[in-house]
Design a protein around this ligand. Structure first.
Ligand SMILES: [Fe+2]
Length: 160
């Protein structure tokens, strides 16, 4: 850990950095999965889902940046390597053969729900460690993930 004048104890920073790093791996994986969905979705709702998945990719990419920069602000090294994300992500692997809108919507919903659950757990973990700033970041990201899940899951209901 880099030395810092920040008024958070080393052990608090260390705990937060480990929690942030785990969620960073998930976020990098999720961002790539959203592009996978954006590129490969087909069917009557193509343009709607194609654009929605790209918008979510943009939001998740911002989340990747926020999580990584919080790690560095706490004196850590943000490990944004694809190899690390692939090895440590807790998310499901994306179904390569998914084609139709419903298949992609279900695949994206599943990983968004996993991502959201990890963020929600991280709120409590970092708050318990005494790092309200990191807990606040996770709270914001968790609320965003809940909204993203709603936007995607809403496509699974209704008449069409
Ligand atoms: Fe595109």
């Amino acid at each position: 850990m880099h030395p810092s004048r920040i008024d958070l104890a080393d052990n608090v920073r260390k705990q937060s950095i480990a929690i942030l790093q785990a969620r960073l791996a998930d976020a990098i994986d999720l961002a790539a999965q959203l592009k996978q969905a954006h590129w490969n979705v087909r069917g009557p709702r193509f343009i709607q889902l194609h654009e929605l998945f790209d918008r979510l990719h943009g939001e998740v990419s911002t989340a990747v940046d926020d999580i990584a920069e919080r790690i560095v602000a706490l004196g850590g090294i943000a490990d944004g390597r694809i190899q690390t994300a692939a090895r440590t992500s807790s998310l499901y692997e994306y179904a390569l053969q998914a084609a139709g809108g419903t298949a992609h919507t279900k695949a994206v919903s599943a990983v968004l729900a996993q991502f959201g659950a990890g963020l929600r757990a991280a709120i409590d973990q970092t708050a318990a460690a005494g790092d309200a700033g990191t807990a606040d970041l996770f709270t914001e990201l968790s609320r965003q993930a809940d909204k993203q899940l709603w936007f995607v899951e809403a496509h699974l209901d209704g008449d069409d």
